[in-house]
Design a protein around this ligand. Structure first.
Ligand SMILES: NC(=O)c1ccc[n+]([C@@H]2O[C@H](COP(=O)([O-])OP(=O)(O)OC[C@H]3O[C@@H](n4cnc5c(N)ncnc54)[C@H](O)[C@@H]3O)[C@@H](O)[C@H]2O)c1
Ligand SMILES: [Zn+2]
Length: 356
């Protein structure tokens, strides 16, 4: 199907569900596997299959520190051994997936990419949609996803046995991103999940379906439609940066959604009843940490540090405003430019662990 498309060009997702050993029969010597080192330890069979079948295997320690130039450089060194027509296979969570996506874009000006998500977050979100990025550091602040590329995967192998070793904290990160998509994109999904807790397979299938629709409508973030995926991410990225990533991505996005609900109320876009319902369900069902955790996460915040982080973010708007995704109701959203006075007023209350 994708033979005529350049490697990395937009294509609808091709999901292959089943055991890793079965999917990996497609590996050949002209493939490079980038493998999360922890996954290699926890799933030795995966490591041995990759070593046996692929041309080379790069082991990376996952985590935000792997989204750096030095990790990218390690992949590029081994990637030089791929021929054009080669394939990079990223086996890991969102951090290994993101740096591998950039590498796949650069090696030979673009090689085929296959994602094998091993965290729930990667399965519901980061392994779909073509985006990869690394961070940069400037003036003591890490700028999240400062440099990146769009490079769509040829396929995604979803191997449920790989998720069995995930700790609860990692499961929560993925669940929060999936609930984010339901809140912003689909009232029917939201209501179904609210009534009966979804299984992880349901979270993966439905979140991927919702995200795929958004990416199809706006594959390269040109029409603005794709911005909806940033719901919760404006202040989520601030939380991640201020805590030096001690608060993991999903938890930070969860807190960022609470901030977005407050900004939505303050601008009159999110009705109070919607904000209350969404916050309640996110905290009780999706595992989003509440107000006290947000206050702790922001304990090192000052208005000027937050302003610097927001300005460095790709979502910065004109005249020092920041573009935010706000909910009109569940499943309906809009983007608004928020000026500094508004969020500065809310920041104090957030830092006190209270709801404005
Ligand atoms: N590209 C995108 O569209 C997109 C979307 C959402 C998030 N992201 C990015 O994804 C990243 C977060 O991804 P993540 O939450 O997967 O983090 P991660 O890659 O750091 O993985 C979290 C931890 O889980 C471990 N792990 C991975 N698989 C495991 C398994 N099967 N069993 C046990 N442990 C396992 C990892 O070694 C790591 O310690 C962030 O950098 C975020 O910006 C990207
Ligand atoms: Zn995210």
């Amino acid at each position: 199907m994708s033979a005529a498309l350049a490697p990395g060009a937009f294509r609808p997702p091709r999901d292959v569900w089943g055991p890793f050993a079965r999917a990996a029969k497609a590996l050949d010597r002209n493939s490079l596997v980038v493998l999360d080192a922890r996954v290699a330890d926890l799933h030795p069979r995966v490591k041995s299959i990759c070593r046996k079948r692929a041309g080379a295997v790069v082991l990376l320690s996952a985590g935000e520190r792997t989204k750096t130039l030095s990790a990218l450089g390690r992949i590029l060194v081994d990637g030089a051994g791929l021929n054009r027509g080669g394939t990079l296979v990223a086996v890991g969570g969102g951090t290994v997936g993101d740096v591998s996506t950039v590498a796949a874009h650069l090696i030979k000006r673009g090689v085929r990419l296959i994602h094998v998500p091993t965290t729930l977050l990667a399965a519901v979100d980061s392994s779909l949609g073509g985006k990869g990025a690394i961070h940069s550091s400037a003036g003591g602040l890490t700028i999240k996803n400062a440099a990146g590329a769009f490079h769509y995967a040829d396929a995604c192998w979803i191997c449920p046995e790989l998720f069995e070793s995930l700790p609860d904290v990692a499961r929560r990160q993925g669940a929060i991103e999936a609930w984010k998509m339901a809140a912003s994109l689909s009232a029917p999904t939201w209501n179904r999940w609210r009534r009966a807790r979804p299984t992880e397979t349901q979270l993966i299938r439905e979140a991927r379906r919702l995200k795929a629709l958004v990416c199809r409508a706006d594959p390269y973030e040109q029409t603005g439609h794709r911005r909806v995926l940033n719901f919760g991410h404006t202040f989520g990225h601030v939380v991640e940066s201020l805590t030096q990533f001690r608060v993991p991505h999903g938890d930070a996005v969860g807190m960022g959604m609470l901030c977005a609900l407050d900004v939505g109320r303050a601008t009159g876009i999110t009705p109070e009843s919607v904000a209350r319902e969404v916050e309640g369900v996110l905290v009780e069902r999706a595992g989003v940490k509440g107000r006290a955790a947000l206050g702790r996460a922001l304990s090192l915040a000052t208005p000027s540090r937050v302003a610097r982080l927001l300005a460095a973010d790709k979502k910065a708007g004109p005249n020092e405003s920041v573009r935010m995704v706000l909910l009109r109701r569940v499943g309906a959203w809009e983007v608004r430019g928020i000026d500094q006075t508004l969020w500065r007023g809310l920041l104090r209350t957030w830092m006190n662990g209270a709801r404005p």
